[in-house]
Design a protein around this ligand. Structure first.
Ligand code: FES
Length: 127
């Protein structure tokens, strides 16, 4: 049912944890399954995602998709990283069962929420 890549990221999730010096944090949840994902971004002065970590309280696919999402945006510019879609995450994982696609949507939303928080903080700092 799950691709080898999904299983591999589920068993060895990358970038798990928190970033105490994160400058963008996004938390999203899915009301139906009750899963929660939190994404931490550390964006440097050059606008590069220098570090990213996640915490997911959720299903195996949620863990695998958040892990892959962190891998896909790490080292990228803000502009590039913001283009991350759940489709790109699913493709990078060699697919997900249809019933689990919403888990990848959660990963995309968590990344977007973290960028939104980063931008909000930046605007507030300029006030
Ligand atoms: Fe809801 Fe996976 S079952 S995020």
């Amino acid at each position: 049912m799950y691709s080898e890549k999904v299983m591999e990221h589920f068993n060895n999730p990358r970038n798990v944890g928190e970033l105490p010096d994160a400058n963008g944090v996004g938390e999203v949840g899915n009301a139906r399954c009750g899963d929660i994902m939190r994404m931490y971004l550390k964006i440097n002065d050059d606008g590069i995602v220098e570090d990213v970590k996640f915490k997911t309280f959720g299903c195996g696919a949620a863990v695998a998709t958040s892990s892959m999402a962190t891998e896909l945006i790490k080292g990228k510019t803000i502009e590039e990283a913001k283009k991350l879609t759940n489709k790109a995450v699913v493709e990078a994982l060699d697919g997900l069962p249809p019933a689990k696609l919403h888990c990848s949507v959660l990963a995309e939303e968590a990344v977007q929420a973290a960028f939104a928080d980063y931008e909000k903080r930046k605007q507030e700092a300029q006030k």
